[in-house]
Design a protein around this ligand. Structure first.
Ligand code: HEM
Length: 380
């Protein structure tokens, strides 16, 4: 048996450098990780796990989905009611897309507060920011596909926002819509971007991100320029890999439970002549949606573009050498303020144009997020 194995290896080696590949894999597997590597370091690999979930469930959904205005809604209804486990697969896909954003936010918070974006990992961070942008837009393109009222009108609002971009806005909006309003052309375009362009971009950039991360190794907590090769930390295989396995199993259980208990709704078929009241984007777009309300269109769009641009350039703007939380109060304060601002605007966006009860009193929260009693005059 062993002789046969050796002969097969020799045969392969003459045709492909199996030995070199084996050595590379074994070097990667045994590379020691920094001593502080923790459960917080599993958010990135969990994001990879969700990408796999999205690809597998997305392919299964494509079997029955039809990207045409007169059949898209009906095909999703078929998936939800007739196709075997269709409702479950759609649940895994829809919830997976939301958790993807949650995991990426946690991953960003972890790498930001541990100063992992600093030299020599600036490119890992920049590629990460691109991945985050793609993940956010991925959801937006997927939202239109069920062709229900919510998806139709949320896409109308989203493309209006894109139309307000300076210089290129009008052309960009037309490119997205394939006309003047959301219609069959828009659905085809969003479908192609959702099932071909973005998946390839996401997979390609994730591969680049992981190669960059592996080339530099995980960041230690040493000052920039004084990083020592990690000693005494746990090796990637089997210790960290097992930790990741545990996290994957718990997450999968959670995703399955949520998908069974709360399968995504389908709502009513899109009707271009019936504008529903207060259509809102997905939760992760709420801060942007709300912020845009306080400024004239162009200024609002420019203000909304500022955080992603600053985020992209952050490793080059923050030149301090410390990584430890307590030793870099300014960047930590900026990080905390940004999270709080996103939360506040997100909550204002969530409650705007709804009725709420506070301490036994009823209020109507206006467009700007200000709670008003029925007798108060509305905000101009
Ligand atoms: C699809 C999206 C992403 C995937 C699949 C992904 C995956 C990973 C993985 C597996 C790691 C190593 C383990 C860990 O730290 O969790 C990592 C490290 C890293 N990621 Fe991501 N990531 C993504 C998005 C992002 C984003 C949005 C950012 C920041 C804006 C980012 C910045 C970083 C940095 C700086 C590191 C190096 C961490 C260190 O050396 O300690 N990543 N990523």
């Amino acid at each position: 048996m062993n002789a046969l194995l050796r002969a097969t290896e020799r045969w392969m080696e003459e045709r492909f450098p199996v030995g070199a590949v084996k050595k590379f894999v074994s070097d990667q597997a045994t590379k020691p990780l920094p001593a502080h590597t923790s459960w917080f370091h599993t958010f990135g690999s969990l994001a990879i796990f969700v990408i796999v979930n999205q690809i597998v469930t997305g392919m299964l959904l494509m079997i029955y989905y039809r990207p045409m205005p007169d059949s898209a809604f009906e095909s999703v209804r078929f998936i939800m009611t007739k196709a075997s486990f269709g409702w479950f697969i759609r649940g895994l896909h829809a919830w997976g897309s939301k958790f993807m954003i949650v995991l990426l936010l946690l991953h960003i918070v972890r790498t930001f507060f541990m100063g992992a974006y600093k030299k020599p990992r600036e490119l890992t961070w920049v590629v990460g920011v691109c991945l985050f942008g793609i993940a956010l837009t991925f959801g937006f393109t997927g939202y239109l596909l069920p062709w229900n009222q919510l998806s139709y009108w949320a896409t109308t609002i989203g493309t209006e926002m894109a139309g307000a971009l300076p210089l290129v806005g009008v052309q960009f909006k037309r490119l997205l819509l394939g006309g003047d309003a959301v219609g069959g052309e828009t659905l085809s375009r969003f479908y192609v971007v959702h099932v071909i362009v973005f998946p390839w971009l996401l997979v390609g950039l994730t591969a680049l991100h992981v190669v960059l991360m592996r080339a530099q190794g995980l960041a230690t907590m040493d000052r920039v320029g004084e990083e020592k090769k990690p000693k005494g930390g746990l090796p990637f295989v089997p210790h960290h890999l097992l930790k990741e396995g545990v996290v994957f199993a718990i997450f999968l259980g959670f995703l399955i439970t949520i998908s069974i208990l709360w399968p995504p709704e389908l709502g009513e078929k899109a009707n271009p002549f019936d504008t529903p009241q207060a259509i809102k984007p997905e939760w992760y777009w709420l801060p942007t949606y709300q912020l845009l309300k306080y400024f004239p269109k162009l200024l609002g769009v420019l203000i909304c573009f500022l955080p992603p641009v600053v985020m992209m350039l952050w490793p080059f703007l923050d030149r301090t050498r410390e990584r430890r939380f307590r030793k870099r109060p300014i960047s930590v304060a900026i990080g905390i303020l940004t999270i709080m601002a996103a939360l506040v605007f997100g909550l204002l966006g969530h409650f705007s144009e709804t009725d709420i009860a506070l301490f036994g009193k009823k209020y109507h929260v206006d467009h700007y997020g200000v709670p008003r009693t029925p007798t108060e005059t509305p905000h101009p």
